[in-house]
Design a protein around this ligand. Structure first.
Ligand SMILES: Nc1ncnc2c1ncn2[C@@H]1O[C@H](COP(=O)(O)OP(=O)(O)O)[C@@H](O)[C@H]1O
Ligand SMILES: [Mg+2]
Length: 275
């Protein structure tokens, strides 16, 4: 590749070790001084977090530690008592986000077709029909949809419904995609399918993704980083990087690096639950 470039645009010579280092991701979302209490009991106090751009971060921790609340505060669905959340220095108001809810059955509009569900946010934004169709067609190609999108949600399987939810969430090209337990209502086969689709969508769009999961395997499988939370009052127990190359296929769960990261994550989790 570089042979065809003029000499002036060739990068300066660097030691081999520097050339082979992956570029450090920049920060996309900053959470500063976040506090939240429910019924007078603190959940988060002066909580800080950086989310890296274009990466997948899984949030994992004990039941009730505040995984969903943290994600929902970042996504603007739950109001923090104090603190600041910025996206590239911008507020949520100036940022495009997508959200995939845990319960896909309740998340889709039952009175319109799957196709119209996906088109909904585009039409809401005021796009003209040809542009709406072009974008839905792109998503259909990206997700390699083989089922009939003219069908209504109740006519689809759970995995198909969740696929439609994910397509809808990506329709307006969000900067950040939030997913709360996207696999928890799916059978194993569909979990594998949705894992594949999420990875493909991530590779194709570079969207920053935040996934809450109560399943350790799901949490590690897709993650560039696993954000491990403590019990309440909730702090960061550890941020565990996981660098297995993508796309990760189902067999990746037997990869020694996957096994190592999962075991380490489990150890931290056990320590926190028993703390
Ligand atoms: N709207 C609410 N009102 C009162 N308590 C809440 C509310 N939302 C969450 N909580 C409490 O905050 C804690 C964290 O909840 P949540 O974020 O849903 O945990 P997780 O997703 O980690 O299981 C739990 O103890 C939960 O009962
Ligand atoms: Mg939750």
């Amino acid at each position: 590749m570089t042979a065809s470039l003029p000499a002036t645009v060739l990068p300066p010579a660097a030691p081999q070790s520097l050339l082979t280092l992956p570029a450090l991701p920049s920060t996309h979302v900053t959470v500063r001084g976040l506090s939240k209490a429910f019924a007078g009991k603190p959940l988060y106090t002066d909580f800080n977090l950086d989310l890296p751009r274009g990466q997948i971060v899984s949030i994992f921790g004990p039941n009730g530690c505040g995984k969903s609340t943290l994600m929902n505060m970042i996504a603007g669905l739950v109001k923090p008592d104090a603190g600041e959340i910025l996206f590239d220095g911008k507020t949520l108001r100036d940022t495009g986000i997508g959200y995939v809810f845990q319960n896909y059955r309740d998340a889709l509009f039952p009175w319109i077709s799957a196709w119209d569900n996906i088109a909904y946010p585009l039409r809401r934004k005021g796009l003209k029909e040809p542009a709406v169709k072009a974008r839905v067609d792109e998503l259909v190609a990206l997700f390699e949809i083989r089922f009939d999108l003219a069908r209504y949600p109740y006519e689809l399987s759970g995995g198909q419904m969740q696929t439609v939810c994910i397509m809808r969430s990506l329709a307006t090209r969000p900067e950040v995609l939030f997913l709360d337990e996207p696999f928890s209502a799916l059978d194993f086969e569909m979990t594998l399918f949705i894992r594949d689709k999420l990875q493909e969508a991530h590779l194709a769009t570079g969207v920053t993704m935040v996934i809450v999961s109560h399943d350790l395997e799901d949490a590690v499988f897709l993650a560039d980083q696993v954000l491990l939370l403590t019990r309440r009052p909730t702090r960061i127990a550890e941020i565990v990087p996981f660098g297995l190359p993508r796309p990760r296929r189902a067999e990746a769960v037997a990869d020694p690096e996957f096994v190592r990261v999962k075991a380490h994550t489990l150890e931290v989790f056990r320590r926190e639950v028993n703390a």
